[in-house]
Design a protein around this ligand. Structure first.
Ligand code: UTP
Length: 498
């Protein structure tokens, strides 16, 4: 069905009946009316007291000043255009390229040592952002609980936990694990991780926290009701991480423990080096406040943000905001000029995040972006219905917008086949299937480099299923040290190294 055009009106009988509501709930309703969001009360007369209380409590939790600003900037009025047009000439960002010489490889080893020293000193925490809705994947549950393991059915959370644990064991120091969830998946995530005993990570070092939620607006600037007694709310984007860390008291807590560096990654990329000592060492050596990993885009229009400079500051520009002629521009050797695709693997300094959280409290902070989405909404009877097309606007902050705010930022190249196999879609590109293939390729490369044999089909793909636990090997060298001599995988067989 098409989006319902909401009318900004009080309930049929005029002023809503607030009897039975708590003072806070009643104040929430009044604030919604004052903010011109009376259409959220259009089923008020039909709701019983419990329904009214639910809706009123939700209305009481809305920051109407922020909502007003977002609607003015992104839905109606001239602010929308102004917010879309940042000034300054775009140029490709400087990037620390992959080591190409012996000297550079030796330097990389020194960065590894520095990173491991920092981990040993208890300066490093890992952060998984897992608050998204995973709509493209269409999986019913938190994405972290999604089974991607080809043989044992390991989940994304298990894989990340084991990676963190493996680095902890190597360095002899517990690495705190921060997991960002949202209102929609906090409880299920917490219960799952508790049930699985955090896959061996010290429970005292695991911090599951929640990001903020924001209401969605229709094109007329009215908040959308998902049902008669419920607003359509969604997480405020991975940029909400900074505020959420601060609100949960985690920035102070980490600082008090001596943690000054956070390794940040997304829950849906099992190929990531969750805690990469080389990357951390580079970040520390450069006195960077925020460092990002990039890889060569597979074509001019690959849908990843691109590292650029604007007005002398490094930033990540969304693929949809990179002008077409720049996306296609090539250098004298025929290489893409804007080749450096950001893959959402970052290292942050904790004082930097604390500074940004402080600025946000004073009205600064990360900008919001608009995204047009199909938002399930209340039909004429107040029942939730799926819209035919995009009917609403959601507001999100992006974590990479922190980069130009850093006093010093760093961009580091990595290899796609070693770090980026996201599970975004149910099928095709960036799906569980494409991810499993990349993991099988990596594990097969490790086994072959260790002298083992892996059967391959005519097209080069692995003939069989391989799964390597991070606790068995985090990299080729560790696998080589453990793989039994004369290891041979039979065609079409399953191999688990755990
Ligand atoms: P995506 O932007 O790919 O979103 O998130 P998503 O929710 O996983 O999937 P779609 O777009 O609905 O299909 C990238 C990473 O950022 C996290 C996600 O959990 C994922 O790890 N994320 C995203 C958050 O933690 N919070 C958000 O508000 C958005």
């Amino acid at each position: 069905m098409a989006a319902r055009k909401a009318k900004a009106s009080a309930p049929a009988g005029g002023a809503p009946d607030l009897s039975g509501l708590s003072p806070d709930e009643a104040a929430g309703v009044r604030r919604a009316l004052k903010a011109g969001q009376g259409s959220t009360l259009r089923f008020w007369d039909k709701l019983d007291l419990a329904g009214r209380q639910r809706l009123a409590a939700q209305l009481a939790g809305i920051d109407y000043d922020l909502v007003k600003r977002l609607i003015a900037e992104h839905v109606s009025g001239s602010g929308a255009a102004a917010a879309k047009a940042p000034a300054g000439k775009l140029e490709p960002s400087p990037v620390d390229r992959l080591p190409a010489s012996e000297d550079e490889r030796r330097a990389e080893e020194r960065f590894r040592e520095a990173g491991e020293d920092a981990i040993r000193a208890g300066r490093v925490a890992a952060l998984t952002v897992a608050g998204g809705q995973g709509t493209r994947l269409g999986y019913d549950g938190p994405k972290g609980c999604y089974v991607f393991g080809p043989v044992t059915g390991r989940t994304l959370f298990r894989h990340h936990a084991e990676k963190i644990l493996a680095v902890s064991r190597r360095c002899g120091r517990t690495i705190p694990w921060l997991v960002m969830t949202s209102d929609a998946n906090f409880e299920v995530t917490r219960d799952y991780l508790v049930r699985e005993r955090f896959f061996g990570v010290d429970p005292a070092a695991v911090h599951i926290f929640q990001q903020g939620m924001l209401p969605a607006s229709d094109r007329a600037g009215q908040l959308i009701l998902e049902a008669a007694d419920r607003l359509a709310m969604s997480p405020n984007g991975h940029g909400g991480t900074i505020q959420a860390l601060s609100d949960a008291g985690l920035l102070d807590k980490l600082a008090a423990q001596g943690v000054d560096t956070i390794s940040y990654f997304q829950v849906d990329n099992p190929l990531v080096r969750a805690v990469d000592p080389v990357f951390i060492g580079r970040h520390i050596a450069a006195s960077s406040e925020m460092s990002i990993k990039v890889l060569k885009k597979c074509g001019p229009l690959e849908k990843v943000g691109v590292a650029v400079t604007r007005g002398g500051r490094i930033e990540v520009i969304e693929y949809s905001d990179l002008p077409d002629e720049l996306a296609h521009a090539r250098d004298a050797k025929g290489e893409l000029l804007y080749w450096a695709g950001s893959i959402a693997i970052h290292v942050f300094s904790v004082p930097f995040l604390a500074r940004l959280a402080g600025e946000a409290k004073r009205g600064g902070g990360l900008p919001y972006h608009r995204a047009e989405k199909a938002v399930p909404c209340a039909d004429a009877e107040g029942k939730t219905a799926k819209p035919d097309g995009k009917n609403g606007i959601k507001f999100e902050c992006f974590i990479f917008d922190a980069l130009p705010l850093a006093r010093k930022g760093l961009v580091v190249e990595t290899r796609r086949e070693e770090e980026f196999a996201p599970i975004k879609n149910a099928t095709g590109e960036d799906s569980a299937e494409s991810c499993r293939k990349m993991l099988a390729d990596e594990w097969a490369r490790w086994i072959e480099a260790a002298g083992g044999e892996v059967p391959r089909r005519a097209d080069g793909t692995v003939d069989g299923r391989i799964e390597v636990s991070p606790l068995y090997a985090l990299d080729a060298a560790e696998l080589a040290a453990k793989l039994p001599a004369g290891f041979r995988m039979k065609p079409g067989s399953d191999v688990v190294l755990a």
